[in-house]
Design a protein around this ligand. Structure first.
Ligand SMILES: [Zn+2]
Length: 261
């Protein structure tokens, strides 16, 4: 049996046009620049722990505990302005692991759906994991000059890459990493389970059910065309009776905390 824990790792405040671009006609609305505070919404930040017979897999890391001392300094100006984060006691990814009886060194694979700070921000907490990985395309983008990526967070960490195509983590098709490019250059989704019963961890491939049901593109994306292709991919999963759930990092509707497959 495979168990997937949905870990609540605090929250972040964003413009309502970020998850669903149809909330504003202003193409820069998602940045919050010149936008009234009434457009701000709080969304959850989640990570996922997969307890698998072949190993322990963490998907994303949420915020570092450093955010509690000085969020502005930790996030940097650009990220703090667009999406200030909040991490209550007990919700850091390592605090969740401890509550489940694990330490970071017990984690075989720490997979980043992408390297934005609300996903890879806790990478420093997880430096003892056996493997820390993201996709090749994401690593290339995150190593470039884009201010969206805070390279200081992983400067002392060995990040390995997996190819930008379907990648079978344990070689038995039970955990498949696959490209959901668009929101970022190398966004990765995860399919957990079997052909007959599986769930999808979609990171920021979508922000809620309307994303894939009505194909609503988010306010910010690296590549619009690829983001739409990824939404259509999620829609196919969503319409498949064997798919138990599509888990999205900032989905305000997701209430289930543990899935068993
Ligand atoms: Zn995010």
């Amino acid at each position: 049996m495979i168990k997937v824990h949905v870990l609540s790792c605090g929250s972040t405040v964003v413009d309502e046009a970020l998850p669903f671009s149809n909330k504003s006609k202003n193409p820069l609305a998602f940045t919050g620049i010149l936008r009234d505070k009434k457009h701000k919404i709080s969304v959850p930040v989640t990570a996922y722990l997969i307890e698998h017979p072949k190993g322990l897999v963490l998907i994303d890391t949420g915020w570092d505990t450093a955010i509690r001392d000085n969020a502005r300094k930790y996030e940097g100006f650009v990220n703090y302005f667009a999406s200030p984060g909040f991490l209550p006691e007990g919700e850091a990814v390592t605090e969740h692991l401890a509550a489940l009886g694990y330490s970071p060194g017990d984690v075989d694979y720490c997979i980043m759906t992408h390297m934005d700070i609300d996903h890879a921000g806790g990478i420093g907490l997880m430096q003892d994991a056996k493997h820390i990985m993201c996709s090749k395309a994401e690593w290339k983008a995150a190593s470039g000059r884009n201010p969206r990526y805070l390279k200081r967070l992983w400067k002392d960490i060995k990040v390995e890459t997996f190819p930008d195509e379907k990648y079978d983590l344990f070689g038995d098709k039970s955990v498949i990493l696959f490209p959901l490019h668009g929101h970022s250059a190398g966004m990765t989704g995860v399919r957990v389970g079997t052909k007959d019963k599986y769930l999808i961890i979609a990171g920021d491939g979508g922000y809620g059910r309307p994303s894939w049901e009505d194909l609503i593109i988010p306010g910010v994306e690296w590549n619009r065309k690829e983001a739409m292709r990824s939404l259509k991919r999620l829609q196919r999963f969503g319409n498949d009776e064997h798919c138990q759930a599509i888990l999205m990092t900032h989905d305000t509707e997701m209430k289930t905390k543990i899935f068993e497959i």
